[in-house]
Design a protein around this ligand. Structure first.
Ligand SMILES: *Cc1c(COP(=O)(O)O)cnc(C)c1O
Length: 413
């Protein structure tokens, strides 16, 4: 019995790990470019065997070995030396001076090596590549996945090729170049870059990290759930707010908690709130319909600006099965949430991450957060990645002469 196997999200067919690398071949044949892809694979383990291996204290035992038992690699030495994950987890008691009637926690994923959540996926994909002697990894990205793969590959002495929309925020493009990756700026959208990178993968035989296309992106991202459970001293949170674009982070979070359910570690799934930008709501708008209709996306939150969510069907299945909720917030709410978050907590998030916080504020103001419940906001990326987005909310005073008298007319407190 191999350590893990795959199951197709859509047709349910199971595959040995040496049979496929990306999508379920049967479902992939039917995929059309204007529709979310079917055939995304879920990675599964022999959960009963693990329960026998660790008859008691299973979570602590798994944690001691950094969850290697439920990851698709064989050695912890395959991971980069950079510190991915184990990000800060903060309890926030007050907002705008008011005591919160519920428990609010922030998971600060901007403290990953390349400053976003994406490192969790790149970390695992890179480790898998190392174990399989693959030296070139390619990814399409709105910016963060690309800068993440570029940084992780730099640490692992692997080659990264990154397809990004030429209009991605400058900081993200700069990161990719600084880490020494090959960059392919695409004159088009993220969706165009995605399709081009897949065509290139097929033509040149590279290994591809594209989100959802590579099943290990979900497996890498699930590790945050184990940390959250650990951060809460082995208690299940009541609710988690997650910013959603392609739907891979949210699926990763579900998958992590589902692994814990299957291992008998927990007995209920947290309520997951998928927060999208109004201008890029292709998951929330289609969640209850049988046919998928894409609307071109336009939002200030570039990391979640997606026309064709690449993990639509898996995310939808998880949300339906475990009673998750979808909400949308406007760009104004996102930017205001970013300001409020920075001022109140000292954490400056990029717009996509502030989207999750805006979702929490929206829930709070409509009285949907019950007293004493444990709520987590996943802050997925750092504010320095996109300085343009917040310029309208700040104003720089005129410079003063370096003389003490120039301070007389300033309202300094
Ligand atoms: C990629 C990303 C998201 C959204 O993740 P999906 O898997 O595309 O839903 C949210 N926030 C940040 C900062 C990201 O980089």
């Amino acid at each position: 019995m191999l350590k893990y196997y795959y199951q197709c999200t859509d047709c349910g067919k199971e595959y040995h790990t040496d049979e496929v690398i990306y999508l379920c071949p049967k479902c992939e044949k039917e995929n059309k470019p204007e529709m979310p892809p079917k055939g995304v694979l879920k990675t599964l383990y022999d959960y009963n065997k693990l329960k026998e291996k660790y008859p008691s204290g299973i979570f602590s035992s798994l944690s001691k070995n950094n969850f290697l038992d439920i990851l698709p690699v064989h050695s912890l030495d395959s991971f980069p030396y950079l510190k991915v994950g184990n990000t800060p987890f903060y309890k926030i008691n007050k907002l705008e001076g008011d005591e919160l009637p519920f428990q609010l926690y922030l998971k600060d994923e901007s403290q990953n090596p390349t400053f976003s959540f994406k490192d969790r996926a790149s970390n695992l994909v890179s480790a898998f590549a190392k174990e399989n002697r693959i030296n070139t990894i390619v990814a399409a990205s709105t910016g963060n996945a690309g800068s993440s793969l570029a940084g992780i590959c730099a640490a692992q002495n692997q080659k990264a090729i990154i397809f990004v929309p030429a209009k991605a925020p400058k900081a993200k493009l700069t990161q990719i170049l600084m880490y020494g990756a090959n960059i392919v700026p695409v004159d088009g959208t993220y969706d165009n870059a995605f399709d081009l990178s897949i065509a290139a993968t097929k033509k040149f035989g590279w290994y591809n990290r594209n989100t959802a296309f590579n099943p290990f992106t979900i497996e890498g991202k699930k590790t945050v759930s184990f940390e959250l459970f650990e951060n809460l001293e082995q208690k299940t949170p009541d609710r988690i707010f997650i910013p959603v674009g392609d739907g891979v982070i949210i699926s990763g979070v579900y998958k992590g908690f589902e692994d814990l359910l299957l291992l008998g570690v927990i007995d209920k799934m947290p309520e997951i709130i998928a927060v999208q930008a109004e201008g890029s709501d292709n998951i929330s708008r289609n969640i209850n319909s049988d046919v998928f209709l894409s609307k071109p996306s336009s939002t200030i939150a570039d990391s979640i600006s997606v026309d064709i969510p690449r993990n639509f069907y898996m995310a939808k299945k998880f949300i339906k099965e475990y009673n998750g909720k979808c909400i949308t917030v406007s760009d104004d709410e996102i930017i205001n949430a970013s300001v409020l978050l920075s001022k109140n907590t000292g954490i400056f998030s990029e717009p996509a991450a502030a989207t999750a916080f805006a979702g929490m504020l929206n829930y709070m103001s409509s009285g949907k957060i019950d007293e004493n419940s444990k709520n987590i906001v996943l802050l997925t990326g750092c504010g320095l990645k996109d300085l343009n987005a917040v310029q309208s909310k700040i104003s720089m005073p005129d410079a003063v002469k370096p003389e003490i008298a120039s301070l007389d007319n300033l309202m300094l407190k």
